[in-house]
Design a protein around this ligand. Sequence first.
Ligand SMILES: Cc1cc2nc3c(=O)[nH]c(=O)nc-3n(C[C@H](O)[C@H](O)[C@H](O)COP(=O)(O)O)c2cc1C
Length: 157
Amino acid sequence: MNMTEAFRATAPHPFAYLITRDAQEKCNAMGVSWWTFAAVNPPTLAVCVGNKKHTLDVIRRTNRFSLCLPDQSLREQARKVCATSGAKVDKVKELGIELTAGQTGFPILKKARAVFECEVRQILDLGDHSLCVASILAFSEDQEQEALRTTEEGYTL
Ligand SMILES: Cc1cc2nc3c(=O)[nH]c(=O)nc-3n(C[C@H](O)[C@H](O)[C@H](O)COP(=O)(O)O)c2cc1C
């Protein structure tokens, strides 16, 4: 099957920054569109992260992330977030990603339509990606912001 055609056929998809913080307190953001709500009680979401991604390494070690839906004004920044790796670049500094402390104290994106602060419960290896299933510890939103979505092509911004 052709996954690119499948992405296009189902686009646009909600897009998010997956924000992590490593043991040295360094924060990173990766762009994700493969995420979904997964349970109501307890509030749960799931996100698929490539097995070679820097973000997955950090999640495996810390079990925490925030999933933040960036405002549409951040489209250019979001493209760069997806085009670089936190293993090589300090994206927060280089791309001017503005973070603040969320309700749990975990870093979240300032200009976000919706924010989910999460703790990972399970990681399931699916092949080239792993499904990270996480409890939503806190939710916040800003109705003044408009969530960024992928283009009609699917896997692009
Ligand atoms: C629109 C779009 C959506 C993406 N969604 C995902 C995703 O859901 N999962 C994933 O593993 N990578 C996804 N990526 C790729 C990552 O954002 C990209 O590889 C990023 O550089 C990884 O960052 P990191 O190395 O700092 O972890 C997406 C890219 C784009 C352009």
